[in-house]
Design a protein around this ligand. Structure first.
Ligand code: G3P
Ligand code: MG
Length: 259
């Protein structure tokens, strides 16, 4: 028996990737606001821990692609995001790399993003993207924060990860929160693992969905989602096969109004 059951799947079909991370700097509040401006009501984001245990949004393990850390911290200091305390991370510019318009945009705490979503009745897919070596701890801490922030609300956030240890830790810490197994490859035992983790969904690289994988997931009562879908033809094909949702960068192309 799964601890998480929904009478119906509560999430929208269209999920904005990293906020709306192409039209604004990914994994920032500006990206969420941009996605919301396109009518999106659900967002995916990547969450990891600072050195002092604060969950915050960042995709890469390192800071240099999406912040000004090389300039701000100096070339001699570690670029690993999870090796800095939140006090240092919170001062970085996470917007200028994208465009001048977003200069000064901050890295957000997970809590700030959660509050934005809760206040606006948006849904959230939290990808647990631990700093390498910190997978179990990150899964536990993120799940605990998510449970605290969404306490008493009708629809919980969907926790997901490529990392089995992170999902195991989330399952142990907060079994009631729904989980999705992310797959970039149909590795041996993926379905058994998703079931052992009591997942409600598998979220596959779009190239992995075919009649066989879709049938296996559906027969196991798992919802089927796909990332990162940026073309209408492939999305229509997969929806025709029974896909339940897509995570997309192209918030301009897929209209949530077509739900
Ligand atoms: O959660 C779906 C997608 O975000 C996974 O890939 O690398 O964009 O985090 P990535
Ligand atoms: Mg992600």
């Amino acid at each position: 028996m799964k601890p998480v059951t929904f009478d119906h799947w509560p999430y929208p079909r269209f999920i904005a990737h990293r906020g709306a991370g192409k039209f604004a700097p990914e994994n920032t509040l500006a990206a969420f606001r941009t996605g919301a401006g396109y009518g999106y009501r659900m967002f995916e984001c990547d969450v990891k821990l600072s050195a002092d245990g604060i969950p915050f949004l960042l995709h890469d393990a390192t800071l240099e692609r999406t912040t000004n850390a090389l300039d701000a911290l100096g070339h001699g200091l570690s670029q690993v995001g999870g090796e800095h305390p939140w006090g240092t991370l919170s001062l970085l510019d996470a917007g200028s790399w994208h465009s001048r318009r977003f200069a000064g945009e901050s890295l957000p705490t997970f809590e700030a993003i959660a509050r934005f979503c809760l206040k606006n009745h948006y849904f959230l897919n939290i990808e647990i993207k631990a700093t390498p070596g910190d997978e179990h701890h990150t899964g536990e801490v993120v799940a605990r924060h998510a449970a605290r922030l969404w306490h008493g609300t009708l629809v919980p956030p969907l926790l997901s990860s490529f990392d089995v240890a992170s999902l195991e830790a989330a399952q142990q810490a907060q079994p009631e929160l729904p989980r999705g197994l992310l797959l970039d490859d149909l590795w041996t035992g993926w379905l058994e693992t998703a079931l052992r983790l009591e997942c409600v969904a598998v979220i596959c690289n779009q190239n992995l969905w075919n009649d066989s994988s879709m049938r296996q997931a559906k027969s196991a009562d798992l919802r089927t989602l796909s990332y990162t879908m940026n073309e209408t033809a492939s999305a229509h094909k997969l929806f025709g096969m029974g896909l339940d949702g897509i995570i997309t960068d192209r918030v301009d192309l897929f209209s949530p109004a077509s739900l």
